[in-house]
Ligand binder design. Structure first.
Ligand SMILES: Cc1cc2nc3c(=O)[nH]c(=O)nc-3n(C[C@H](O)[C@H](O)[C@H](O)COP(=O)(O)OP(=O)(O)OC[C@H]3O[C@@H](n4cnc5c(N)ncnc54)[C@H](O)[C@@H]3O)c2cc1C
Length: 381
C-alpha cells in the first residue's frame, strides 16, 4: 500500500524544503505507529503521549505567540490521517484547543499551558458549540458574569472533542457587551475548575472522546479571559480560519489512503481472468478519484500558503478548501468501498474504517452548506 501513495504534491511550489523533510520524517514515524483503539480514551492519551515525546506536537502551538505554520499543520494532519484517524484527531485537538492562546493569549496564559500541550503533558479542547447553537455561533447563551475579580460561567457546551479527557478547555461564553456575536468572550478553563463537570459522554460512528459539559457557577480568575471582553467571536473565527484548512488536509489524508488501498485492490483482484484495473470503467473511477484528490490538495495548500505568506484572513480560501476536500473525500472513500466489493463493507476493513472516519468532517468546524454561505458572501462582496 505504501508504494501506492502519491507524493508528487510535495514538489509543489507552495512548500519549502523544511516541509518536505517534515513530511518524510513524520511518514516514517507513522510506520511504527500501532495503537489499539479498543479503549478510545486510553488510545488518545497514548497517542498524545507518543506524539509529544517525539516532538510532533510542537507545530500545534507557539509559546511566544503569533502565527502557526499552517502548511506544517496541514502536512501533519494529512500524513497522520492517512495512517490513523485517531492520531490525526489527537494532533488536531492540541492545536484547536490552544489556538486561542497562541493567537490571542497573554504571555502568562501561553506559559501556563502551551509548553505542556506541545510536550503531550496536557490535553486541550475547544468548547464553542452549545445544545441550541452549532452552526449559528452567535446564538450561544452560556454566560460569563463578573463577580469581583473572578468570572462565573453558567451554561452547557456540547459535542466537545476531548471532553472528559482534556486538562484545559478554551470556552466561549456571553459577557453581554452587545447582542449576538459582539457579546461573546473566550476563557481558558482548567478541567478541574470548580463547577465544571462532564454531563454526558457522546458516542459516534468513528469513536473519539466527546462530551456535553455543564458549567454550574464555574468560577475562574479574572486573568482567564483570552483577548478582550466581547472579542470572543473574533477569537473563535480566527482559530477556525486556521484549523478549518487543516480539517481539509485531514480529509485529503483519508482520501489518499482510500485511493492507495483501491489501487492495491484493483491490481490484485481478478475478474474474468484479468485484474479489475484492466476494465476501462474501473480506470474511469480511478481517474476521478485522483483528479478529485489533486484538486482538493491544490485548494488546501493554496489556503495554507496564503496564510503563511502573511495574508491576514483566509476565510474564503479556507472555506473553499474545507468544502471541496471534505466533499470529495466522501466520494473517493465511497468509491473505494465500492471497488472493494463485499470486502469493502466488512467490519475492520481499512476502507470501512475510512468510510466512518470521513463522515463527520462535513459537519464540524462549519458544515458544508455553511462553507457555501461563507464563499458566496465573499464572492458577492
Ligand atoms: C464529531 C464531532 C466533533 C465535534 N467537535 C467539536 C468541538 O471540539 N468543539 C465544538 O465546539 N464543537 C464541536 N462539534 C460541533 C460541530 O461544530 C457542530 O456539530 C456543527 O457546527 C454543526 O452544528 P449543529 O450540530 O448544531 O447542527 P445545526 O447548526 O443544527 O446544522 C444542521 C445542518 O443545517 C444546515 N445549516 C445550518 N446552518 C445553515 C446555514 N446558515 N445555511 C445553510 N445550511 C445551514 C447544514 O446542513 C447543517 O449541517 C463537533 C461535532 C461533531 C459531529
Amino acid at each position: 500500500m505504501k508504494d501506492r501513495v502519491d507524493r508528487s504534491w510535495l514538489d509543489w511550489p507552495f512548500l519549502e524544503d523544511g516541509h518536505r523533510d517534515f513530511a518524510a520524517r513524520l511518514d516514517a514515524w507513522c510506520d511504527g505507529l500501532a495503537v489499539d483503539h479498543g479503549d478510545v480514551d486510553a488510545a488518545c492519551r497514548e497517542l498524545v503521549r507518543r506524539l509529544g515525546d517525539d516532538g510532533w506536537l510542537a507545530p500545534t502551538a507557539d509559546p511566544e505567540g503569533g502565527a502557526l505554520d499552517l502548511r506544517t499543520l496541514c502536512i501533519a494532519r494529512e500524513t497522520l490521517a492517512r495512517h490513523d484517524g485517531l492520531a490525526d484527531f489527537t494532533f488536531a485537538m492540541q492545536g484547536l484547543g490552544t489556538g486561542a492562546l497562541t493567537l490571542f493569549g497573554t504571555a502568562a496564559q501561553r506559559a501556563a499551558w502551551l509548553p505542556r500541550t506541545r510536550a503531550g503533558d496536557a490535553i486541550a479542547a475547544f468548547a464553542l458549540t452549545e445544545p441550541g447553537s452549532g452552526s449559528d455561533v452567535a446564538a450561544g447563551t452560556m454566560t460569563a458574569t463578573r463577580d469581583g475579580d473572578d468570572w462565573v460561567l453558567d451554561g452547557e457546551k456540547t459535542w466537545i472533542s476531548n471532553g472528559g479527557i482534556a486538562d484545559v478547555y478554551t470556552v466561549f461564553a456571553r459577557t453581554g457587551e452587545a447582542p449576538g456575536a459582539k457579546g461573546l468572550s473566550c476563557f481558558v478553563v482548567a478541567a478541574d475548575a470548580p463547577g465544571l463537570t462532564v454531563a454526558e459522554r457522546l458516542e459516534t460512528m468513528a469513536p473519539h472522546p466527546l462530551a456535553r459539559l455543564a458549567f454550574d457557577g464555574c468560577r475562574v480568575p479574572g486573568d482567564a479571559l483570552v483577548g478582550t471582553a466581547g472579542g470572543g467571536f473574533k477569537v473563535a473565527m480566527s482559530v477556525l480560519d486556521t484549523f478549518r484548512t487543516t480539517v481539509a488536509a485531514a480529509a485529503l489524508g483519508f482520501a489518499r489512503r482510500a485511493l492507495a488501498e483501491t489501487l492495491e485492490r484493483v491490481t490484485a483482484r481478478q475478474v474474468r481472468g484479468r485484474p479489475l484495473a484492466d476494465l476501462q470503467m474501473v480506470q474511469g473511477h480511478l481517474a476521478d478519484m485522483a483528479l478529485d484528490i489533486d484538486a482538493a490538495a491544490l485548494l488546501v495548500y493554496r489556503a495554507a500558503w496564503a496564510k503563511d505568506a502573511g495574508q491576514p484572513r483566509i476565510t474564503r480560501e479556507a472555506a473553499m478548501a474545507k468544502l471541496h476536500a471534505t466533499e470529495i473525500a466522501q466520494r473517493v472513500v465511497d468509491m473505494a468501498v465500492q471497488l472493494h466489493g463485499g470486502d469493502g463493507v466488512r467490519t475492520g476493513a481499512t476502507v470501512e474504517r475510512l468510510y466512518r472516519d470521513v463522515r463527520a468532517l462535513r459537519i464540524y468546524e462549519g458544515a458544508s452548506d455553511v462553507q457555501r454561505v461563507v464563499i458566496a458572501r465573499a464572492v458577492l462582496a
